[in-house]
Design a protein. Sequence first.
Length: 294
Amino acid sequence: MRSNYFDVSERKTSGRVFQSRIRVRFTGNHREIGGIMSLIVYERVGDSGCQPSPFSWRTRFALAHKELDVEYRPTRFCDVETIQKLSGQRLVPILIDGETVVHDSWNIATYLEDRFPDRPSLFGESASRAITRLVNHWADTTFHMPLRMLIFPNFIQCLCPEDREYFVRSREREFGMTVEQVRSEGARWRKELEMACLPLERLLGEQQFIGGHCPRYADYIVFSDFLQAHICGHTDLVSSNSPVARWQSRMFDAFGGLPEAFLGKRRYPGNDSAHGQRTESVEMVTTPAFGRRE
């Protein structure tokens, strides 16, 4: 098995991708990597096998950063029952590690950091975890909300046709607005997004990554939101030569092109030239493979 990842040592990097090999062996029905039982992640998938959830992407990047083997089990957006039975709540991603079930992308990141302390750190120095938590809150509120509203009308088309009615009905109830009303306020959402990006533009004008000289979990949090926009066809959210755009280009090359490999048939800048369009075959999961974990 090959693991592609950024060098997260203390020496500076220009975004170069490094590779390493991790020992894999099979024991009965379980797979072990370097003596560690393999992990399972449940996430929701959209049309053509793409992964449209930014929160699932945060977990994907965290696992790649930690150089951990993982089995992904996709579920449909309307298949809430599976997620509910596994974790006692309705949201993805869900991480299963033996008898332990963890939900919420932030909880999963901190679990992985503590569970595998010998693997590359997601946060860097100990104080950085608290700062990254601030980035997580900023992304989920100030940044993500206008972005979410801006892409909502197009996001519907990223879902499997049979999931769209459920998604529209649940989001219109959450937003208190119809799809048409959200679309008509596009200029408002774009202005709010531009304002939210100002501190990000300034920071990335001073350093290569949010995490400093190499990507950390703070980068994965924000980049995952941009990935969701790319899946929906919103590729013009920032100026093409802005610090954020240059940072996005570096992040698209992360882990040997991990974003490209899991975008399914959805298009994003560069996949007509430097990046080849890829697809992933996905088998839907409609019934839980595990009983309820406490």
